[in-house]
Design a protein around this ligand. Structure first.
Ligand code: SF4
Length: 267
């Protein structure tokens, strides 16, 4: 199990928004969805890829090529995470598997969750929920917490904005609701896409009939990803969209206030 390898594109320590306490987030490469607003486009392809970027030194620009992604075994990853253990213990934090979509590399994802469990490190699985139920159940049962993305409830709109249907996502949420694993629902706030009146009411209806939801995290859209799309030579259809207005995010926080014990802006 410790020899299983996966492809990741980043490991970030001291994260405060990917679950409780201080966390180290591991970003898996590859995602089955293609959300128009994705702020980690470098995580969408499972393959290691080359990006062109510019480094500025003494006000001069230098063109650069960099590889995004690298292979790592479970053993190597666990060894690397060991140095963050004191922070996990002091803050009741742990590790969060994110991406991309961790379930796309399900064997590696499951092995990391199991290795962390053996070493008594708390785990959170940050997932878009798009996987067969067999894969989802096989992996998610090993997580201590699931951060579950819910984006758009209308099937056609979901397909238009993410390139896939949401039927597996809703079925897996139903399965998850029957387990005892705590759930944080994560909703990206994208103007006129996920925050339409129809969608937020549909989201609330689903959330309120799902047990074990401990938090709703509203994630306002920001423009940070623009340069990433340019560097990857990808079209960014939302390039003109402004950052999500703070007042609207607060209105939605109020709208969801009775739907979960905690409603945050930003996680
Ligand atoms: S599910 Fe997340 S990582 Fe995948 S495309 Fe959508 S926003 Fe990006």
């Amino acid at each position: 199990m410790l020899q299983i390898k996966g492809t990741i594109f980043d490991i970030r320590s001291f994260s405060l928004h990917d679950g409780p306490g201080i966390r180290t987030t591991i970003f898996f490469k590859g995602c089955p969805l293609c959300c128009a607003w994705c702020h980690n486009p470098e995580g969408q392809k499972v393959e290691i890829e080359k990006i062109n970027c510019t480094r500025i030194v003494d006000s001069k620009k230098f063109p650069l090529s960099e590889l995004v992604g690298y292979e790592i075994s479970v053993a190597q990853l666990m060894q690397q995470l060991e140095s963050d253990r004191p922070f996990f213990e002091q803050s009741q934090g742990g590790i969060t598997l994110s991406g991309g979509e961790p379930l796309l590399q399900s064997a590696f994802c499951k092995a990391v969750l199991q290795a962390a469990e053996e070493q008594e490190i708390h785990t959170a699985l940050d997932t878009c929920g798009f996987a067969t139920n067999a894969v989802f159940a096989d992996v998610a049962q090993h997580a201590k917490l699931v951060l579950y993305d819910l984006k758009i409830i209308d099937l056609h709109q979901h397909r238009l904005m993410t390139a896939e249907n949401n039927d597996l996502i809703l079925k897996n949420l139903e399965w998850l609701s029957k387990q005892s694993i705590p759930i944080f629902i994560r909703i990206p706030l994208i103007q006129n896409i996920t925050d339409t009146e129809q969608n937020i009411h549909a989201l609330r209806q689903i959330i309120e009939k799902t047990p074990h939801i401990e938090s709703i995290d509203l994630l306002p859209y920001h423009q940070f990803a623009r340069n990433k799309y340019k560097n990857l030579n990808l079209e960014y259809t939302l390039s003109e969209l402004d950052n999500y207005p703070k007042e609207k995010a607060e209105e939605l926080q109020f709208f969801f206030k009775n739907s979960a014990p905690r409603v945050t802006i930003g996680g």
